[in-house]
Design a protein around this ligand. Structure first.
Ligand SMILES: C[S@@+](CC[C@H](N)C(=O)[O-])C[C@H]1O[C@@H](n2cnc3c(N)ncnc32)[C@H](O)[C@@H]1O
Length: 249
């Protein structure tokens, strides 16, 4: 089966939604001077070079002109710091979480999986992250047996028809073990998975983004407390208000 290469898609509208939520959740969970376990099933590269044309133009590129108004959000603040001379690089999910942890003086015990040899090579030298070459569903399932609970991102590429079922099973299992879980459901804003977890959907146009043939996306959240849900809802409203009215700035 051909593998999925995120390089051409990095920074797309879906990444903006996924990473915005991921960092809002991570920022809530970090406690200064303490440690948080972080796991990812399908991590991709630590960072990506953005070239033109690219999917990022209709994603993070659309937010860039109003960046000064978005710096109150952890994700956009890190994006600004990562690109002092203009938008040229995009950090992957795990690097974004690492950066967010450093800002809160929180230590991250990160364990991440990917099946791509080149992705493995790209992670060489990142001593703060334990990279595992192999299947992320199997890897995280065994991690749950011995790790303290923390934050888990499930982000499969859906090239395999089993990904949806495997992802949902892993989410339920991790939630039962006390983890807070984010699951990128991808399937467009109208295909919402059933299940007893929160679902955060965005029609990309609402936030001034363009997802090409995807009109939007859904991210599921499980294992969250009420304070986190309330905070997320408030932050999402602020985000959509600012990005959806970008033309008026
Ligand atoms: C969407 S990308 C990851 C993006 C990343 N999580 C982010 O948000 O920046 C999906 C990655 O899954 C990897 N992959 C595909 N099948 C996998 C599997 N069975 N287990 C782990 N990784 C896999 C691909 O090599 C690819 O790098």
């Amino acid at each position: 089966m051909p593998n999925y290469d995120h390089r051409v898609h990095a920074g797309n509208a879906g990444d903006v939604w996924k990473h915005f939520l991921l960092l809002e959740v991570a920022d809530y969970l970090f406690i200064p001077d303490s440690s948080l376990a972080y796991a990812e099933t399908h991590v991709g590269r630590p960072k990506y070079a953005l070239s033109t044309p690219g999917d990022w133009e209709s994603g993070i590129g659309k937010c860039w002109p109003i960046l000064p108004f978005l710096k109150n959000f952890c994700y956009f603040n890190i994006m600004a710091e990562f690109n002092p001379g203009g938008l040229r690089r995009y950090p992957g999910s795990a690097c974004l979480v690492l950066q967010a942890a450093q800002r809160r003086r929180s230590k991250l015990q990160a364990e991440v999986w990917d099946i791509d040899d080149e992705v493995a090579e790209a992670w060489r030298g990142y001593s703060q992250v334990a990279f595992h070459l192999g299947d992320g569903f199997l890897g995280v399932r065994s991690l749950l047996d011995h790790s303290p609970p923390g934050l888990l991102l499930i982000d499969p590429p859906y090239l395999d028809s089993a990904d949806m079922t495997l992802a949902e099973k892993l989410l339920c299992r991790a939630k039962d073990e006390g983890w807070v879980v984010l699951w990128w459901c991808m399937m467009g804003s109208n295909t919402v998975p059933q299940g007893s977890f929160e679902k955060y959907s965005l029609k990309f146009a609402q936030a001034g983004l363009d997802g090409g043939h995807w009109d939007g996306a859904v991210v599921a959240l499980a294992g969250s407390d009420d304070d986190l849900k309330e905070r997320l809802e408030r932050r999402i409203c602020e985000f959509v208000d600012l990005t959806g009215t970008a033309e008026s700035f």
